[in-house]
Ligand binder design. Structure first.
Ligand code: ZN
Length: 417
C-alpha cells in the first residue's frame, strides 16, 4: 500500500513498523480489591489485552498499577466495563500509532557519526560494534558468543585489558525486543566508558582494574522484528512445535525454578518459557559464555524497561538471598546516585516483593550460579510513554543510569578479590 502515500510520508512510513496501531489505547487501571482484579482478568480472557505492566494477566492483583494495550475496537468494551464497575482508570495513551511515530524525536546528526541520542536498528548496531573495535582496538574487542534462531550473530563487546583473569562485570541489554531504551543504554555505556578512560577518575580506575562484557542486544531476532514488523514484539522469534504462536520469552527460559509457573507453559503467552530450560539458542549462548567466564565475572547486570526500578534476587521465591543486606545497600547507593542528576526516582528491592513472582529469569539464574551481585534495571519511564520512550529521553536516561552503574562497579572493585 505504500505506493499510494504522498512522497513526504513515505520516509516516515518506511521507518516504522508495518503493523499499525491507529487508535489503540493504553489503559492504566488500579484495582482496589480482588474483585476488581478479577474483572481485569475476565476482560483479558475475552479481549486481546497486551499487558505492559505487569507482563501478564496472572500477576494482576489488588492495589497494583496495571497497564495494558488494547485495539481501538475493543477499547470501547473495556472502557464501558470499567465505567460500569466504577473502577479507577486513566488512559495513558490515546493513539498508540501517534506515539510510535513521535518517539523518533532525537536530533538528526548530519555527519556519519553514530548518534547516541537516536534508536538504531540491528544493522546500525552491528556497524557500530565494528566501529568501536576499530577506534579503540587496545580497549575494545568483539566476541561472537553464538547465533540466534534466525542465524544472526550474538556479539559481546569486551571493554578493558586483554587479561582474561581480571575481575569483570557482565551486562546485557534488549532481552525483551520492544524495550528499545535498553540497547540504547548499552551503546551509551560502551561509548562513555571508552571515551572517559584517562579523563574520568572513576572510569579510569575501573578500567585499569576490571573488564566489562557488554551484550548490546540479547534478543536480536525479536529486536529486528520490532523494527521491521511489529513495534510491540517482546519474545524471540523461534518456532514452537505444535503451535502457530511464535517466540519464547528469553527472560523465562533460564534454569532458575524454570517450571514452577504453569502460566508460562503456553506458547501463545507473552511470557512463554520455552520447551526446556535454555532451549533457546540466545539463552544457551549467554549461559555458556557466563559459565565459561564464571571465575572472573563478579556482577551481572541486565537492562529492561519500563517502571524505574532496581531489582535483585529472588524472583522465584520470597526467600531472601544470603547477602540481602549487601544487595539492598548497593541498590540504595545506586538509586541515590541515579536521582542526583535529574531527581528521577527509582524504587529497589527483591523481584518477588517489589514487582511479582517470576520464574526462569536471567537474574536469579546468574545469582544461583554463584555471581553474588546480580541486578536488573527497569529504566524510564513510569508509563507515560512506556515502551515508546521518545529519543529525546535517551540522553537523560543514560546519563543518570551511568551514575547508578558506576556505583555498582565501584562497589565490586572495592569488595571483591
Ligand atoms: Zn523486560
Amino acid at each position: 500500500m505504500r505506493f499510494i502515500l504522498p512522497v513526504g510520508l513515505l520516509a516516515t512510513t518506511l521507518a516504522i513498523a508495518p503493523v499499525r496501531f491507529d487508535g489503540e489505547k493504553v489503559f492504566r487501571v488500579k484495582p482496589q480489591d480482588e474483585t476488581e482484579a478479577n474483572i481485569i482478568k475476565d476482560l483479558a480472557r475475552t479481549n486481546e489485552l497486551d499487558f505492559w505492566y505487569p507482563d501478564d494477566t496472572h500477576h494482576v492483583s489488588a492495589n497494583m498499577t496495571v497497564d495494558f494495550r488494547v485495539s481501538e475496537k475493543e477499547s470501547q468494551t473495556i472502557q464501558s466495563a470499567l465505567d460500569q464497575n466504577k473502577m479507577h482508570y486513566e488512559i495513558l495513551i490515546h493513539d498508540l500509532q501517534e506515539e510510535v511515530e513521535k518517539q523518533f524525536d532525537g536530533k538528526e546528526d548530519s555527519s556519519d557519526r553514530h548518534s547516541y541520542e537516536k534508536y538504531h536498528n540491528w544493522e546500525q548496531i552491528v556497524a557500530w560494534t565494528e566501529k568501536m573495535v576499530n577506534k579503540r582496538p587496545e580497549m575494545v574487542s568483539r566476541i561472537k558468543i553464538g547465533s540466534t534462531a534466525e542465524d544472526n550473530p550474538l556479539y559481546v563487546l569486551k571493554i578493558g585489558k586483554e587479561d582474561e583473569s581480571r575481575n569483570s562485570i557482565f551486562m546485557d541489554c534488549g532481552i525483551h525486543a520492544r524495550e528499545w531504551v535498553s540497547p540504547a543504554f548499552c551503546q551509551w555505556f560502551v561509548y562513555q566508558a571508552t571515551k572517559s578512560y584517562g579523563k574520568n577518575k572513576i572510569m579510569t580506575k575501573l578500567l585499569d582494574k576490571m573488564n566489562f562484557y557488554v551484550l548490546p542486544v540479547f534478543n536480536v531476532d525479536g529486536y529486528i522484528w520490532s523494527w521491521t514488523k511489529n513495534r510491540m514484539w517482546r519474545k524471540n522469534r523461534s518456532k514452537n512445535q505444535n503451535s502457530k504462536c511464535i517466540g519464547t520469552d528469553l527472560n523465562r527460559n533460564f534454569n532458575a525454578s524454570w517450571d514452577s509457573s504453569p502460566q508460562t507453559s503456553n506458547p501463545c503467552e507473552e511470557t512463554y518459557r520455552g520447551h526446556a530450560p535454555e532451549s533457546e539458542k540466545e539463552t544457551k549462548a549467554v549461559t555458556d559464555f557466563i559459565r565459561g567466564h564464571l571465575k572472573s565475572i563478579k556482577a551481572y547486570i541486565t537492562f529492561h524497561s519500563y517502571s524505574q526500578m532496581l531489582l535483585f534476587p529472588y524472583g522465584y521465591t520470597s526467600k531472601l538471598p544470603f547477602n540481602h543486606e549487601d544487595l539492598a545497600k548497593i541498590a540504595k547507593l545506586s538509586t541515590d546516585a541515579l536521582s542526583t542528576r535529574y531527581e528521577t526516582r527509582y524504587i529497589y528491592g527483591p523481584i518477588q516483593s517489589t514487582i511479582y513472582r517470576t520464574s526462569g529469569s536471567s537474574l536469579d539464574w546468574a545469582f544461583d550460579l554463584g555471581i553474588k551481585h546480580t541486578f536488573a534495571f527497569e529504566l524510564r519511564d513510569k508509563g507515560k510513554f512506556g515502551f515508546l520512550l521518545p529519543e529525546s529521553q535517551i540522553k537523560p536516561t543514560c546519563k543518570e543510569t551511568m551514575l547508578a552503574v558506576k556505583v555498582i562497579a565501584k562497589y565490586i572493585l572495592k569488595n571483591t578479590s
